[in-house]
Design a protein around this ligand. Structure first.
Ligand code: G4P
Length: 543
């Protein structure tokens, strides 16, 4: 690694970087992500924002046309960033869209965070979407904190939940606190570090009082609050944890190998502050990132950032395009001039905004870890690097091989231009990727690939809502894409062709790379056997 202006930290910026925490809350739909986000905002004193999180969830139709789809399907496709100050920390919560099919966008958001809080419904345990999101975090080595939610309802045995973290996700768990019962017998949590019980009191009419802290599990008030059987079970469990459990190791937490576990009830605002306080103490501030051979220090004077999300038409009143950039180093200042590493052009960042649900606020300055929305027609693509000096390129955004393919037919020839313009914009946003079939005799109908089928539905819905272009989806029966390069010779040569197997087709991706589209693993095997002189890659090749 070489020394560069990007590797020299500036003392003036170090303080700003140290107090930033940028994270995502990940969960399976309905586990309590929205509720927990809202409670976090309450602690940050951002009461008006807290309301807007629920409002956003409940009244999406008022936000933009295409969000009707979110409402109908009970999903969240859009995402925003919430920022607030709490105990000298600047907290950035990056909202991730949640649906099992709609994951590519979420994955990209996760490249912009430094940690994740995983919310688990303690009555259900680890669910499918959580597992996928967890995998992405782990691949990136992001520290993960776990919140076992809904303890006010009957929960799975706590020991089983811990075992599940180990057996299903393969991560070691360290319970920072431990629940005293669950469901109607839930009485609070025992903080294992402070050796303190936090009692949860439920009043007769379903109203809840603030928790009362009491010292020690042996305290008579604690014993009196709990049924005898629950009390002795909790004591046995705590003894077991002390005896058998491994100690707390911050290094392992930061490496993503150990997850601190907290129990509570977000809806009842119980255990939330314990989680937030400890999370902010233990989770990392923005860390250095790599650009080729260079290490970019977040506190360096030189500005650098990357685009992780592009969204057009978020607000029908504005009808504009927003590129979300995560700052990696330096200080962002409105109107600054930066270089787009992909195009080599200099760009003036004039219209920079922070987004809170439907509200926008101009950003004048921001630091590493912060997210800024650049509003307007900047020629930016997902994955672009912006920097004050040349030579910086972040390779942070993973590319995913599509698993679903469809032809997208334009229903009205009179609206062809709208159809093409809308499609071009949505492809830029990364909603799907386009392929061009080779040796195709018939008319060229756009062939699209996506990770999940819902992406096509979103695309179709948005084309109609935002561009008045009606379309028809025709599903294609390929389910695998493999990128191809001859082991020798020019990979982009027009006549370079592998041998085809049954059901396979050849296409080019938007960067001109040759791609084999295949209907099954079996077809892939035949294809590979026939083409030993070709490199066959699961990962898309870079542009
Ligand atoms: P999500 O963003 O992960 O999809 O979940 P969200 O916070 O919207 O929570 C899903 C449901 O679970 C909501 O109920 C919410 O109130 C409830 N919930 C969240 N935390 C707790 C908890 O600690 N205990 C209990 N018992 N429920 C919890 P809903 O009926 O869908 O909506 P609402 O009418 O209650 O808002």
């Amino acid at each position: 690694m070489s020394a560069s202006p990007y590797s020299i930290p500036s003392p003036a910026l170090q303080r700003e970087v140290k107090r930033r925490r940028s994270f995502a809350i990940i969960s399976h739909p309905d586990a309590g992500k929205t509720t927990l986000t809202e409670k976090f905002l309450l602690y940050g004193g951002a009461l008006n924002l807290a309301g807007s999180v629920t409002a956003r969830k409940n009244q999406r139709a008022t936000t933009s046309d295409w969000m009707d789809l979110e409402k109908q399907r009970g999903i969240s496709v859009s995402s925003t960033v919430l920022q607030f100050e709490y105990k000298d920390c600047v907290v950035n919560i990056l909202d991730t869209p949640g649906h099992k099919d709609f994951s590519e966008d979420t994955y990209r958001v996760l490249t912009a965070v430094d940690a994740a809080v995983m919310v688990v419904d303690a009555g259900k345990g680890i669910e499918s979407q959580t597992r996928k999101l967890f995998e992405v975090c782990r691949r990136r080595g992001v520290p993960i904190f776990t919140f076992m939610n809904k303890l006010d309802r009957p929960a799975r045995p706590s020991m089983d939940l811990l075992d599940e973290l180990e057996s299903v996700l393969g991560i070691h768990a360290f319970p920072v606190n431990w629940p005293l019962g669950d469901g109607p017998r839930f009485r609070g949590v025992y903080d294992r570090e402070q050796k303190q019980v936090h009692l949860f009191e439920r009043t007769a009419h379903g109203a809840y009082r603030a928790p009362v802290s009491v010292r020690g599990i042996e305290d008579e008030n604690v014993k009196a609050a709990m049924e005898e059987a629950t009390y002795s079970q909790v004591c046995d469990e705590l003894e077991l944890l002390e005896g058998a459990g491994a100690g707390f190791d911050l290094g392992k937490v930061l490496a993503g190998e150990l997850t601190p576990v907290f129990f509570g009830s977000a809806a009842n605002n119980f255990g939330v502050q314990l989680l937030l306080d400890r999370f902010l103490e233990l989770s990392p501030p923005p860390m250095p990132r790599e650009s080729g051979e260079m290490i970019i220090d977040p506190a360096s004077e030189e500005f650098s950032a990357f685009v992780f999300k592009i969204q057009a038409n978020m607000n029908p009143k504005h009808r504009d395009r927003i590129a979300f950039v995560r700052i990696v180093s330096g200080k962002f200042e409105r109107d600054m001039d930066v270089l787009n590493g992909r195009t080599g052009d200099r760009v003036r960042l004039a219209n920079s905004q922070r987004l809170f649900a439907r509200d926008r606020e101009t950003v004048d300055d921001a630091f590493a870890g912060d997210v800024v929305g650049l509003v307007g027609n900047y020629d930016l693509l997902i994955g672009d690097t912006l920097s004050s000096k040349p030579g910086v390129t972040f390779d942070e955004i993973p590319r995913f091989a599509p698993e679903c393919f469809s032809f997208l037919h334009n229903k009205s020839t009179a609206k062809y231009k709208r159809f093409r313009d809308g499609l071009a914009q949505l492809l830029k946003e990364g909603v799907a990727s386009e392929f061009t079939l080779i040796d195709n005799e018939g008319p060229q109908i756009p062939l699209l690939g996506a990770v999940g089928p819902l992406q096509f539905e979103v695309l179709q819905y948005r084309l109609e809502g935002e561009y008045a272009a009606e379309t028809r989806i025709e599903q294609a029966n390929w389910s695998l894409a493999r990128w191809l390069k001859p082991k020798e010779g020019d990979p982009l040569a027009p006549d370079a062709r592998p041998a085809l197997s049954l059901g396979a087709a050849l296409a080019r991706d938007s960067n001109g790379w040759l791609v084999a589209l295949l209907p099954s693993e079996w077809a892939l095997k035949t294809f590979s056997d026939k083409n030993e002189d070709w490199i066959i890659s699961e990962q898309p090749f870079p542009p």
